[in-house]
Design a protein around this ligand. Structure first.
Ligand code: SF4
Length: 290
């Protein structure tokens, strides 16, 4: 699959967390299942290679995924877990030539993907100036998460990934609160009327055109097909928010917290949408629909 239509984000100082499909054994195209929907043209079971995966682990329809009904492939991002499992955990031994370890490799991949996603967020937390008071704890958690990515396959499979996620999330939440509090303080006296939002909010299809959402808590919010054209989302926390078909045309997301390339790829936008520096404008935002 792809990190994005534009060929991958610059990862902004996090190169190991950027998918490098050239060094991956097509793990997301084999390990993961998908169902025939608007995002995928066909059903595929977990552990079975996609029919479009070539023998060299490249995608046979790479240049026309959206046109051929595989939009989901242009949205998915492994955060560099694919090449980590392929080249480090399994030392470059691919599943075609080593079928005995294939299933184990496919089981390890989603665990590594979660660890790499957490690394992405932790790295970002360390760039947030208001989170300086918890920087030591963030560094320690980053080191621990890095250590976990180097475990052997058996140990990775035994890892309590949910418990580790919960520990990381406590710190991410603190970093978010510190950052958003500062943003809200800066707003006082600016005369802005901010829209109130809450964690996990159901905003499916919401009409939020031009809304002032600076510093908003949109963690896990359902923003599917919401109209956020021209909205101000600076310093808003968007971790885990569902942005499928959310219209971000003209919206300002500079400084938005914990936004990922995958979320951006799943949304709509245009040349006027302002993104955090770590993310790339998806090609489909500016090209004609296929
Ligand atoms: S269509 Fe291409 S990118 Fe998508 S799963 Fe199949 S091989 Fe991978």
């Amino acid at each position: 699959m792809l990190t994005n239509d534009a060929g991958g984000s610059p990862a902004f100082g996090r190169p190991a967390l950027q998918a490098d499909c050239e060094r991956c054994f097509g793990l997301c195209c084999v390990a993961l299942p998908f169902a025939a929907t608007a995002d995928f043209a066909v059903d595929k079971e977990a552990g079975k290679p996609c029919a479009n995966l070539r023998l060299d682990f490249r995608c046979g329809i790479h240049d026309s995924l959206r046109q051929q009904g595989f939009r989901g492939c242009t949205v998915y991002d492994c955060f560099g877990a694919g090449q980590k499992v392929s080249q480090t955990t399994y030392g470059g031994r691919d599943w075609r030539r080593n079928p005995a370890s294939a299933q184990q490799m496919f089981d390890v991949f989603p665990i590594m993907r979660q660890l790499h996603e957490l690394l992405w967020y932790l790295h970002e937390s360390l760039t947030l100036e208001p989170a300086r008071p918890i920087r030591k704890e963030l560094h320690a958690m980053l080191d621990e998460t890095e250590r976990l990515t180097g475990l052997e396959p058996d140990a990775l499979l035994k890892l309590n990934i949910a418990a580790h996620r919960a520990e990381v999330n406590k710190l991410l939440l603190q970093a978010s609160e510190l950052t958003r509090e500062q943003a809200v303080r800066a707003l006082k006296g600016s005369g802005g009327r901010r829209k109130a939002c809450s964690r996990g909010a159901d905003l499916i299809g919401a009409k939020l055109k031009g809304a002032d959402l600076r510093g908003a808590n949109l963690r896990g919010a359902y923003l599917i097909a919401a109209d956020l054209r021209g909205a101000d989302l600076r310093a808003a926390d968007l971790i885990g928010a569902d942005l499928r078909d959310t219209d971000l045309s003209g919206a300002d997301l500079t400084g938005a917290i914990f936004l990922t390339q995958s979320q951006v790829n799943s949304a709509k936008g245009d040349a006027a949408t302002r993104l955090p520096q770590s993310l790339t404008r998806p090609a489909h935002w500016t090209s004609r629909p296929g």
